[in-house]
Design a protein around this ligand. Structure first.
Ligand code: BTN
Length: 250
C-alpha cells in the first residue's frame, strides 16, 4: 500500500501541532492523514515503535468481530499506535488510557473486554492486531457526533464526548491526553507490570456478580481470570469467555 498524503490544514491538524510528544515510547512520532482505509493497516505496514497514525477519515475502518467502524471526517479520533514488540495487556492498557484521559471531564466506564462507555453508551472501541512482533493498537473515539451523525442502527447504543459532556472538546488535546496515559501503561507492561495493569483493568470492568447475556445465554459473571477471560456461571457450569458479544443486564 502507498502511504496517504499527509494532512496539512484543518482542525485536526491544528489541534495536533506542535506534534510529537516527549514520551518514552507512544507518540514520539505522530503522522496525520486526511484519509486512509484503516490506520491499523498503516501501523501494520509502516510500523515504527510508538509511532501514531491518525486519520481524519477512514473509508475501511474496522471493528472487532469483523464489524465496520464508522469513521466519518471531522467527528472523531481514529488512530493507531504501532509497536514493534508485543506485550500481553496492551488492549487493557488502551482502555485504561482512554478512561484516564477523560477522567477530569467525563465519568467513563470500561465494558469488558475493551469498550469505553459513558452513560450506558459506547464512546470508544479498541482493536488490537498483531503479526509476529508488530502490533497495531487501534482506538476509535467518538468526539463531535450529534445523534444524527451515527448510522440509524447505532443511534441507541453509540455516543460521543460532545453529546455526553459539556464542551468544547478538541480532538488534539484528547489525543495527547490518551497518548500520555498510554505511554505510562505501555512502559509498565514492557517492564513486567502485567499483573498490575490487568488488575486495574479488571477492577475497572466491574463484572463480579452481574447478570450477563453472552451470545444468547444468560448467566452470572463471576470474575475476570488472570488472562483476562470473563468467567460466567451458566446453570451450575462455569465457562471462560474470551471474546464475543457480552451484554450486561444489570
Ligand atoms: C470495536 O469496538 O469494534 C473496535 C473499534 C476500533 C476502531 C479503531 S479506529 C482506528 C483503528 N483503525 C481501525 O480500522 N479500527 C481502529
Amino acid at each position: 500500500m502507498s502511504e496517504p498524503a499527509p494532512l496539512t490544514d484543518g482542525e485536526l491538524f491544528e489541534d495536533l501541532t506542535p506534534g510529537p510528544l516527549d514520551h518514552a515510547i507512544v507518540g514520539r512520532e505522530i503522522r496525520i492523514y486526511a484519509e486512509t482505509g484503516s490506520t491499523n493497516d498503516l501501523a501494520m505496514t509502516y510500523g515504527g515503535h510508538g509511532t501514531v497514525y491518525v486519520a481524519d477519515r477512514q473509508h475501511g475502518g474496522r471493528g472487532r468481530l469483523g464489524r465496520t467502524w464508522h469513521s466519518a471526517p471531522g467527528l472523531g479520533l481514529w488512530f493507531t499506535v504501532a509497536l514493534e514488540r508485543y506485550a500481553d495487556g496492551l488492549t487493557f492498557a488502551a482502555a485504561l488510557a482512554v478512561r484516564d484521559a477523560l477522567r477530569d471531564r467525563a465519568e467513563s466506564k470500561i465494558k469488558w473486554p475493551n469498550d469505553v462507555y459513558i452513560n450506558g453508551r459506547k464512546v470508544c472501541g479498541i482493536l488490537t492486531e498483531r503479526r509476529d512482533d508488530r502490533v497495531a493498537v487501534g482506538i476509535g473515539l467518538n468526539v463531535h457526533h450529534a445523534e444524527s451523525d451515527f448510522p440509524e442502527e447505532l443511534r441507541q447504543t453509540a455516543t460521543s464526548l460532545s453529546r455526553e459532556c459539556p464542551g468544547p472538546w478538541r480532538r488534539g488535546a484528547v489525543l495527547a491526553a490518551v497518548l500520555t496515559a498510554l505511554d505510562g501503561y505501555v512502559a509498565a507492561l514492557y517492564g513486567d507490570a502485567f499483573d498490575r495493569v490487568r488488575d486495574e483493568w479488571a477492577a475497572a470492568c466491574n463484572v463480579e456478580g452481574r447478570t450477563v447475556n453472552w451470545e444468547g445465554s444468560v448467566g452470572r459473571a463471576e470474575e475476570i481470570d488472570a488472562a483476562g477471560a470473563l468467567v460466567i456461571r451458566f446453570n451450575g457450569d462455569s465457562r471462560k469467555v474470551v471474546s464475543g458479544t457480552v451484554e450486561f443486564l444489570d
